[in-house]
Design a protein around this ligand. Structure first.
Ligand SMILES: [Zn+2]
Length: 149
């Protein structure tokens, strides 16, 4: 799942609950979303040439900028949930920018049992999953608006 969808989901969970138990729930939401149909890079469209990560990065930055600008009462919870929900993919960001993009180290197979689990739950990754991503994004934005704005 794209980062912005993880972030919106975690932010909604934590912002709506405003309770410490929301943080592990937001973290767990990452794996639920990764098990749903979603977009994936393929051998015929490697990440480095794909615009989705750029749009995703821009949406993530915009989300945090707007969140900080609004000064919502539940803003800290939303931010904490967003970070918790995105956190399992932080290693992927490191690998993408530090290794593949900058070419410091050649990409290699994910190796830890956690990363194997993370990879293996993503059975429904397709290029057409971008439609699922967009629908999920719009629905999440609507819910976010209804709850917090
Ligand atoms: Zn993931």
């Amino acid at each position: 799942m794209t980062g912005i969808n993880h972030i919106l989901t975690g932010g909604i969970i934590a912002g709506a609950m405003a309770h410490p138990v929301a943080i592990p729930l937001a973290f767990a939401s990452h794996f639920v979303l990764d098990a749903l149909p979603h977009y994936a890079y393929g051998d015929d469209n490697p990440r480095s040439g794909d615009p989705v990560w750029k749009v995703d990065s821009l949406l993530i930055l915009t989300f945090f900028y707007i969140l900080l600008s609004l000064g919502l009462a539940s803003g800290a919870w939303i931010a904490a949930g967003a970070v918790a929900a995105f956190s399992p993919d932080i290693i992927l960001v490191y690998r993408f920018f530090g290794q593949e993009r900058l070419g410091r180290v050649k990409p290699r197979a994910l190796s830890s049992s956690f990363n194997e689990f993370h990879k293996n739950i993503q059975h429904h990754e397709t290029r057409t999953g971008i439609v699922d991503e967009i629908i999920f994004f719009v629905a999440s934005l609507w819910l976010f608006d209804r709850l917090f704005l």
